[in-house]
Design a protein around this ligand. Sequence first.
Ligand SMILES: Nc1ncnc2c1ncn2[C@@H]1O[C@H](COP(=O)(O)OP(=O)(O)OP(=O)(O)O)[C@@H](O)[C@H]1O
Ligand SMILES: [Mg+2]
Length: 328
Amino acid sequence: MLKLAIDLGTSVTKIYRLGSGIVLAEATCVTVSKETGEIRAFGNDAKRLLGKTADQTEVCFPVYEGEIVSEKLAAALLGYFLKKAAGRTFSVEALFCVPCGYKSESREKVYRVAKEAGISRVNFAESPFLSALGQDVPLSESNPVFAIDIGAGVTSVSAFSLDGTIAGLSMNVGGNNMDIHIIDHIADKFNLKIGSLTSEKLKNMVGSLIEGDNQSTIINGRDITTGKPRSVSVSSADIEFPVRVYIDKIVEYAELILQKLPAEVSAAVGRNGVYLSGGVSRLAGLPDYIARKLQMEAHISSDPQMSVVLGGGRAVGNANLLRRIRME
Ligand SMILES: Nc1ncnc2c1ncn2[C@@H]1O[C@H](COP(=O)(O)OP(=O)(O)OP(=O)(O)O)[C@@H](O)[C@H]1O
Ligand SMILES: [Mg+2]
């Protein structure tokens, strides 16, 4: 049986294939004909069309804030990804990487979608735990780990050991909030309307939590007054606010979890520091910012967006471990 770890993210689906490594990372996105409901494009090909489609075509994201919102589109998209990642040889067993505390109704939706896409056996495990596995953090019953995974639609914060979660939560805060806020901010500041692809690119290129960072880039949009195309140069400082407010929210939640920890766990977490993952943790200066705010060391891998699915891959390759960490 072919074994996969699948992270069906709000923004990016990642698939790890046992024996091969990460075999897919593509936008969780489709375009649909408004008239017939037929899917026209899948994955990255679909996302490229965001904001550019004509009247008859709609760009859809079947996962919103970590939750499947269209089972039909999600199943079709997953089927497409599976064909890319696994060829036609299935029977497939898959471990789905899900946010901390993912509800049973939400898991049932993923289960139905996975079955519809042809997956034979389905397991679930929580992202913060998997991200620690993916970062080679030593895990045991006696050594608690504190981890934060910041995605596009969900952030999970969790303190756990090999025994399970000690305290954790997930919240609907992530990169998408920043992208939307940046659009409004650029409209106010530069009288320029930009699209969401531009906004995301802008955040990823110059978004920064480093004080005095003066990187900049040229962006194109539509002048709100004249209606004509116009370009402006936007710097890290220009978008610092719509980036930082959401990171500050995440810090607040992390502090809430820290306050709940038993004294021994708290002491260990203080010694071990916090492990960061998720696409948004690639923001310039994020580890230092979090370290300063939480007053502990912050660790991050060289490819933090892949930490969770890498950990999923470790788990599918280890039946004993999988039995211990999967959600019932
Ligand atoms: N260099 C970067 N700086 C800031 N944000 C980034 C960077 N690279 C990617 N991102 C953002 O990371 C997010 C995607 O991260 P990730 O793949 O971890 O999310 P996801 O798993 O799809 O979503 P979720 O876990 O919320 O369901 C997007 O919002 C993307 O714009
Ligand atoms: Mg994710």
